[in-house]
Design a protein around this ligand. Structure first.
Ligand SMILES: [Zn+2]
Length: 295
């Protein structure tokens, strides 16, 4: 484990997202799935300001620019005239905190469907997303640790296939849209299972092609161009199919694939900027809620 030499305060949400699915190192929040065009203002900010302060400033500027009451972000608790487009999707990214549709859905799930706020505990957040990190780091009684292979947002540099924590270190664990980037995802899942306490839970979401019965993997597909063609993104190492859940079960978890979005009416989906099934090429995003059995 390598704790960062100058650890950033997660309470300030310092840093920039760099999980592969969140954009390259040092990039601005919400830069999901690769580089986005850098506006002159952002280029200047990138040079002048470190991660989270820059994000907070950008959020504040955008918050003014998009002030209104038609869109509501549960992650930052603010309202806006609309959400920003993101990677071809309209109404996707929060102007204030950069949260995307699935981050907002997950935050609502955490608030309403889990015991996260009801008991003190420890959480490991692997590949932290700024919009979620910002809120999770503020939960009273939660010992919150973030880690990533290379992210200014994370407090620990770590390899998910070799986690630097003891058995049963965490009551809660979040690791979303990471496993499809990892060389040996079964080893990563074994590690995740190891560090979660018996009775604790992990939320492990990944992009899944529900049209596929089994996961597509091919170690001969090496170049970003080929990976994009075969797996859907240049830094993905596999394309999960409907057997994704089986890998979580094999690791030892009791798994509930929660289609939480289905409980929302059209008005709420629009206002909260969630993604309906017909908007998502891969089908509705399921929240994989994985409990480590007591024994
Ligand atoms: Zn927000």
């Amino acid at each position: 484990m390598r704790k960062r030499a100058a650890p950033r305060s997660v309470h300030l949400g310092v840093g920039a997202g760099s999980k592969a699915s969140e954009g390259p190192v040092g990039f601005d929040f919400g830069a999901e799935h690769g580089a986005v065009e850098e506006a002159p203002l952002r280029r200047a900010l990138l040079r002048l300001m470190p991660g989270a302060r820059r994000q907070a400033l950008l959020g504040a500027v955008r918050g003014v620019r998009y002030r209104g009451d038609l869109a509501e972000c549960p992650c930052c608790g603010s309202t806006f005239s609309r959400f920003l487009p993101h990677r071809g999707r309209s109404h996707a990214k929060c102007p204030g905190c950069g949260a995307l549709e699935r981050h907002r859905l997950l935050w609502l799930f955490l608030e309403r469907q889990t015991d996260l706020f009801e008991r003190p505990g420890a959480m490991l957040h692997i590949g932290p997303e700024y919009g979620l990190l910002r809120q999770l780091s503020r939960i009273e009684g939660l010992s919150y640790v973030t880690g990533d292979v290379d992210s200014a947002l994370a407090s620990y540099e770590l390899d998910v296939m070799d986690l630097p924590f003891g058995v049963g270190s965490f009551d809660f664990l979040i690791c979303n849209h990471v496993l499809e980037h990892v060389e040996d995802d079964r080893r990563a899942l074994a590690e995740i299972h190891r560090v979660v306490k018996p009775g604790g839970w992990a939320i492990l979401m990944s992009p899944i092609d529900h049209r596929r019965e089994s996961t597509l993997e091919d170690s001969a597909v090496l170049t970003p161009r080929d990976r994009h063609r075969v797996f859907g993104q240049g830094d993905h190492l596999r394309l999960y199919g409907r057997d994704y859940r089986d890998r979580l079960v094999e690791a030892g978890f009791a798994v509930r694939a929660d289609r939480y979005l289905e409980g929302f009416d059209e008005g709420s989906i629009r206002r909260l900027g969630l993604r309906r099934e017909q908007d998502n090429a891969f089908g509705v995003e399921e929240i994989f809620f994985c409990v480590k059995p007591e024994q």
